[in-house]
Design a protein around this ligand. Structure first.
Ligand code: GLY
Length: 364
């Protein structure tokens, strides 16, 4: 299915059209959805849970848990724990790509709809499951956000186990980056055809139970080779994830610096509150993020040199996701099972800027 940008704007709720029109009007865009919105509005599909594509195992587990009566946040966190503990996922937890010093620093945040509580940690070291530490901040403190050494001390006090999160594979990738990113430093460049991995990949998961209770969580190792101490959007309630038990939940993956400036997850939930479908709300957030992007990260046609994705679920189980460029998928588990579907998007892959682009801005 493919609709034009004009049709997309026309289809949106009147209250939100101004937001969409305020986007990068110079840039033509095509919006494509993997499953028709009509299908997504069919009968009650709850419990339902949406995540970034790396959460395909997690959404299946979370749905099973909710079918057995689990709390939506507990289910979502159990879902993301699979990736946090998987050393082959270099975007999160154990095996995540490190900062420029070779140290893995993790960010996470969560929200619990029924109790309207939130918790978050930033730049947390040596604990593989920051999502659970964020939930512990929510459950056991009067605070919402702990960072750095204080977050680690809190985690240890809560009984979390310390471990080295830099796997040998991630260390090898980091060493390649270190050797190749600056030809004037004292590290000899590899003369083989080195392909360096970059990420600000992440996992976001948003769950709604059969009775409409909602939870959301996002966890990440953040932008690879970042400056030590950098905290991205995943740790920030309202940016990396947000949930309102009356409306729905949303979260993001991709370039956190682009998302933080628009409080993206909050923006998406507020769009849904105003009547937008989850997919429309995600598309509007992308438009707003591009509108707020500095020119060095846009090409001459106002197309971003980075990726950003939103995921959203409504209280009634409707869901949707949108990415700036085509060919990204998201994971969903509902009454039709666990599966990957295509994200809606603003620009085709052929429209993606080429040429001298800072690598870390491009990859997911
Ligand atoms: N979205 C993950 C990050 O930028 O840290």
């Amino acid at each position: 299915m493919s609709i034009s940008r004009r049709e997309f704007l026309g289809a949106g709720a009147t209250a939100a059209v101004g937001v969409a029109l305020a986007g990068p009007a110079q840039a033509e865009s095509v919006i494509v959805s993997g499953v028709s919105p009509a299908l997504r509005r069919l009968a009650d599909n709850r419990p339902a849970i949406i995540s970034s594509a790396n959460g395909i195992r997690g959404v299946a587990k979370a749905r099973e848990m909710m079918l057995s009566g689990a709390d939506p946040l507990d289910a979502a966190i159990a879902g993301v724990n699979i990736q946090e503990l998987d050393p082959s996922d270099h975007s999160v937890g154990l095996g995540g790509l490190p900062n420029e010093d070779g140290v893995v620093q993790l960010d996470a945040s969560c929200m619990h709809g029924p109790t309207r509580r939130a918790g978050a940690v930033g730049a947390l070291e040596d604990i593989a499951t920051p999502s659970l530490v964020a939930k512990a901040v929510m459950d056991y403190t009067d605070h919402i956000f702990l960072v750095g050494a204080g977050a680690k001390r809190f985690a240890l006090e809560m009984g979390f186990k310390e471990q080295n999160l830099l796997t040998d594979e991630a260390r090898q990738i980091w060493l390649k980056w270190k050797a190749n990113h600056d030809s004037n430093d004292a590290w000899l460049d590899h003369d083989d055809d080195v392909k360096i991995a970059f990420t600000h990949g992440t996992i976001n998961m948003n769950a709604v139970t059969a009775s409409g209770d909602i939870g959301s969580v996002t966890t990440t190792s953040g932008m690879s080779y970042k400056i030590p101490g950098r905290v991205g959007d995943s740790a920030i309630v309202g940016a990396g994830q947000y949930c309102d038990n009356d409306v729905g939940a949303a979260g993001s993956t991709g370039r956190g610096e682009a998302n933080i400036k628009i409080a993206g997850a909050f923006f998406v939930v507020e769009q849904m509150r105003g009547g937008a479908s989850p997919e429309e709300a995600c598309l509007r957030a992308l438009q707003r993020a591009i509108q707020m992007t500095e020119s060095r990260l846009l090409d001459e046609r106002k197309r971003p040199r980075y990726d950003l994705t939103y995921y959203a679920i409504a209280k009634d189980g409707r869901y949707g996701s949108a990415n700036i460029y085509e060919h990204l998928q998201f994971a969903i588990a509902d009454a039709r099972g666990a599966r990957l579907e295509s994200c809606a998007y603003l620009f085709t892959d052929s429209e993606r800027p080429r040429g001298a682009v800072p690598m870390h801005t491009l990859t997911h």
